[in-house]
Ligand binder design. Structure first.
Ligand code: GUN
Length: 280
């Protein structure tokens, strides 16, 4: 069984980016916007800024109170859209319930949309001409390529149909010529679909959901799940049983998570290249 070591791959690529940025005067600039005080989001945003600092990307954090309205958040984003000093904008999700998330994501200038959540970038991906690709699925494709796992012709099953992972993941696998099945809460006979899969991407968010008895020998298994139970992070995959049958598997932590952050940095470089003509 091959352990798909996202931590190592991400660290190697970030080092290359760091070396490259060291030699250029203009530093790309990422701005994150966090509304409220969700503890998980606080940790993620902090990690993003720490990585920016490590590689030499300028980053600014805007923290807004829980009481922020859709219209005041729109005004903050509009200022960032107009600001030539800002290359990438990331609005941390989830937003508080009273904010219209779809209105906010649509308002991010597509050329600065390093999350790839603006409907324009989502549409470009579905239509087969990607602009900015959402970070988690992009990182998974990078990891598969790094380990020479060619998905062309594979039967791939994506579990979960979220806008940030399941849907863009399916589009990317299809673009790479996999045969893609998307499973979700209403899917019937999921066991049969999983047993037929050559590649499974699990983005369910239920600890230890996928067991070894549910997959065939040699399956490539990508675990996107992160569930915190009593301070410990669990993936969707029951590691002990799945690792005995899988051909390749991402650990949690140290698999998909670091690849997501790498993609965020890559997308910020792409954005700054688009906006400033610096080669990236
Ligand atoms: N919340 C959880 N994952 C993500 C992500 O990839 N981007 C943003 N903006 N928010 C998130």
């Amino acid at each position: 069984m091959i352990m798909l070591d996202g931590k190592r791959v991400s660290a190697e690529r970030l080092q290359i980016i760091k070396n490259r940025l060291h030699d250029v005067e203009y530093k790309p600039h990422l701005v994150t916007v966090l509304v409220g005080s969700d503890p998980g989001s606080q940790i993620y945003v902090k990690m993003k800024h720490t990585t920016c600092e490590e590689v030499g990307i300028r980053s600014t954090r805007i923290d807004l109170p829980e009481s922020t309205t859709t219209s005041s958040l729109l005004s903050v984003i509009n200022d960032l859209n107009q600001d030539p000093q800002v290359n990438g904008i990331l609005v941390q999700l989830p937003l508080p319930q009273h904010i219209e998330t779809s209105v906010i994501l649509s308002s991010v200038e597509p050329k600065k949309d390093i999350d790839g959540f603006n409907p324009l970038n989502q549409g470009l991906l579905i239509s087969g001409n990607p602009g900015f690709i959402p970070c988690t699925p992009k990182g998974i494709m990078t990891l598969l390529k790094t380990y020479n796992i060619n998905v062309s012709g594979l039967d791939a099953v994506v579990i979960g149909r979220s806008t940030d992972v399941g849907r863009p993941m399916s589009a990317l696998l299809l673009l790479s010529d996999a045969t893609v099945t998307i499973c979700h809460s209403k899917t019937r006979n999921i066991e049969q679909k999983l047993m037929n899969a050559d590649l499974i991407v699990s983005a369910v968010g239920k600890a230890d959901f996928l067991k070894g008895s549910m997959i065939k020998e040699g399956t490539v298994v990508i675990d996107v799940g992160i569930t915190r139970i009593e301070g410990k992070v669990h993936g969707d995959v029951e590691f002990d049983s799945v690792s005995k049958k899988a051909g390749a598997l991402t650990p949690v932590p140290g698999g998909v998570g670091p690849m997501t952050i790498l993609s965020l940095i890559e997308n910020t470089l792409l954005a700054s290249g688009l906006q400033s003509c610096i080669p990236v």
